[in-house]
Design a protein around this ligand. Structure first.
Ligand SMILES: [Zn+2]
Length: 242
């Protein structure tokens, strides 16, 4: 169910779900009851069922913007969240939903070891408008003095075909995004661009290398558009578990 899951610092876990965890997004037209059940099963899988009720997994309403919301336990009703493409918390578990865009999970801490956690949704618009550097800045605004980042599976630079004009437009602001598909047409390499943005911000990052379009154990919006099959979103998560 959790495609990749690792304790990245004592008691702090980063994970990315697989398609076998089911669709986790309410907005893609699936059955809401099924999404609710999938989210509940994921919380149990992550060990969040034993946490205080307030420490549930917080999702957001992603709009391909670059707003960063600082969230606390109890800010939102169940199933509600901020309209944003990144969130920062002081330990509350967070989730970002994707199916080709880059899910970015960040973990930092204050000097007194209070965790400063974040997730960001870095699709083409988010990469072009620096949603990830803005997230790093928001974490530092919360006092984070050490930050590391993990990039989950996304469509890769050899698969993400775009019109030449769009490649030029994004590469003008994020040069590392300039790419060519494996069949020789203009493309964008979003994970490369995010890695460059993180490096420029002084944040060490690890990329979990997998292409959503090629890896059938993950959801891909582009593959769904071409082949149909199951429509869904998988999640990048960060949470505490002691
Ligand atoms: Zn690929």
């Amino acid at each position: 169910m959790v495609w990749w899951h690792e304790e990245v610092s004592p008691g702090i876990w980063v994970g990315f779900t697989g398609a076998d965890a089911g669709n986790l997004a309410f907005h893609v037209g699936g059955d809401a009851g099924e999404v609710r059940a999938n989210r509940a099963a994921l919380a149990v899988e992550l060990g969040l069922d034993t946490a205080p009720a307030a420490a549930r997994l917080q999702f957001m309403d992603q709009v391909h913007g670059n707003d960063v919301a600082v969230v606390s336990a109890g800010d939102f009703a169940p199933e509600a969240g901020p309209t944003a493409d990144a969130m920062v918390s002081l330990g509350e578990p967070l989730a970002v939903l994707v199916a080709d865009c880059v899910p970015v999970v960040l973990v930092g801490a204050r000097a007194d070891h209070t965790p400063v956690l974040a997730v960001a949704h870095a699709g083409r618009p988010g990469v072009a408008t620096s949603v990830v550097p803005r997230t790093v800045a928001a974490m530092r605004g919360q006092g984070a003095v050490s930050i590391r980042a993990w990039l989950g599976p996304s469509v890769c630079g050899a698969c993400y075909e775009v019109p030449a004009a769009l490649r030029d437009e994004v590469a003008a602001v994020a040069p590392a995004s300039w790419s060519t598909t494996s069949w020789g047409t203009p493309a964008l390499d979003l994970p490369a661009a995010v890695l460059a943005q993180l490096a420029a911000a002084g944040v060490a990052a690890q990329r979990i290398k997998a292409c959503t379009l090629q890896e059938r154990g993950l959801f891909s919006h582009r593959r769904f558009g071409r082949e149909g099959g199951s429509q869904g979103r998988f999640a990048g998560v960060v949470h505490a578990r002691h």
